[in-house]
Design a protein around this ligand. Structure first.
Ligand SMILES: [Zn+2]
Length: 424
């Protein structure tokens, strides 16, 4: 299949702009190893699902032969999942793993390579250069205002997560990550005693991000609540804010009001908004997480470019409809190839038939540079397969397939988030 190979080579040669990662600063002297790589990646959830949550944690703390022996049956049990297999790509390319999988004979050398290379200053940057990753949009979910970022150079571009501002309107309430905007009062120099003050606090946080080059807002609210946001009038929100009422309806209405307020500001500032839709990491039910629940927002804020994440998995058809119907909706494969490359291929086939080619994006959604590298390569395989199939079926010409590959991994994100135009 020379065309597929040519497409893969083309993507490996081109730069990548990655719409979404959670790269974290690790404390100095952090004991990095093979098991820590798993522990800090999505495959952690598969180990938990296979019953090896505690064993993995222990192995990450003391990565010796006994730990490997204890964990080995579980490694076999998760070795079929895409979470696991995407990391194998990194193990092969970055840490010299030989053979198709990690075995009794190879785990130790791999473990040592991971320890050694990660102890080397600048390894994360080196990994990004090898993956030709030019920019990564970073969601620092662990800190509402993260002064320190992990990598040197200018790889990282901030996005501002809005969850706490929607879920924490009432003092003492927090989002699913445990964050309250009230904890930012002192740092941002705003004291909140009215809804107006609360909006000022949001404004100060927004300013903090914009002065540090943030290019988008990010909603992971699907982890906190369902995705329909009623349009609540300011005077009603003022009344609810002042009332001594913590009923679910009141808290929901205050959050609804904030979501509309935030999108109104995004529209004024021409800031794109990234939105998690569908599948939730770590489980949780999906009721109300389908992308079509956002329809009233997509229609009211036509000036906001919405980057809808994760293919809306498992609601790809809905997302394709939104991407086709609304000029302000982008469809993002982000994370999907790691959940299921088959689903990602199926979705991309449909999207290519429905959504204009400037509105299809890719992101990784990982916490470590090596895992990001695996996600890039894994995503590129998915895209190459689909594009080669589309050409082979006679659906489109080769030159369009190559253009799409460049757009999905670089040009579309460059245009949407960085204001660069590479292709007409
Ligand atoms: Zn994410």
């Amino acid at each position: 299949m020379p065309l597929r190979k040519d497409l893969v080579d083309h993507m490996h040669e081109g730069w990548v702009i990655d719409t979404h990662e959670h790269l974290q600063q690790r404390p100095d002297g952090f004991p990095d190893n093979l098991f820590a790589l798993w522990q800090q990646s999505y495959v952690k959830a598969d180990f938990a699902s296979a019953g090896a949550s505690a064993a993995l944690g222990e192995a990450a703390r003391s990565p010796d032969a006994a730990a490997w022996r204890r964990l080995r049956p579980y490694v076999r049990r998760v070795s079929n999942t895409a979470y696991y297999r995407s990391l194998l790509v990194a193990c092969h390319d970055l840490y010299g793993l030989e053979g198709e999988d990690i075995t009794d004979d190879t785990w130790q050398a791999l473990n040592e390579a991971i320890q050694r290379r990660n102890a080397k200053p600048g390894w994360g940057e080196e990994v990004f250069r090898r993956g030709k990753i030019r920019k990564v949009l970073l969601d620092t979910f662990w800190d509402q205002i993260a002064e320190e970022l992990p990598l040197g150079g200018d790889f990282l571009v901030r996005v501002m997560r809005i969850n706490s501002f929607v879920m924490g309107v009432r003092r003492g309430r927090v989002d699913h990550g445990g964050h309250s905007p009230y904890s930012l009062q002192e740092q941002l120099g705003v004291t909140v005693s009215s809804l107006g003050d609360y909006l000022d606090l949001f404004e100060a946080a927004l300013e903090w991000y914009l002065t540090r080059g943030a290019v988008a807002l990010k909603s992971a609210l699907a982890y906190d609540r369902e995705l329909y946001f009623e349009d609540v009038r300011r005077e009603d929100a003022e009344r609810l804010f002042a009332a001594d009422d913590d009923s679910p309806q009141t808290l929901q209405a205050l959050g609804d009001f904030m979501m509309h307020h935030i999108l109104g500001r995004a529209q004024e500032l021409e800031l794109p908004v990234q939105v998690h839709t569908g599948y939730l990491a770590g489980g949780g039910h999906l009721v109300g997480r389908d992308p079509k629940r956002l329809t009233n927002l997509l229609e009211k804020y036509r000036g906001v470019q919405f980057d809808l994440f994760h293919g809306g998995y498992p609601y790809a058809g809905e997302l394709a409809f939104l991407g086709k119907h609304y000029a302000n909706v982008y469809v993002d494969l982000c994370w999907l190839p790691l959940i299921s490359p088959t689903a990602a291929r199926r979705y991309l086939h449909e999207w290519i038939e429905q959504v204009p080619i400037n509105k299809i994006l890719w992101g990784g959604d990982c916490t470590r540079p090596d895992a990001v590298y695996g996600a890039v390569r894994y995503g590129q395989e998915v895209v190459a397969t689909v594009l080669a199939e589309k050409v082979r079926e006679g659906y489109m010409p080769e030159d369009l397939a190559f253009e799409l590959a460049t757009r999905i991994f670089h040009d579309n994100a460059a245009e949407l988030f960085l204001g660069e135009v590479h292709l007409q």
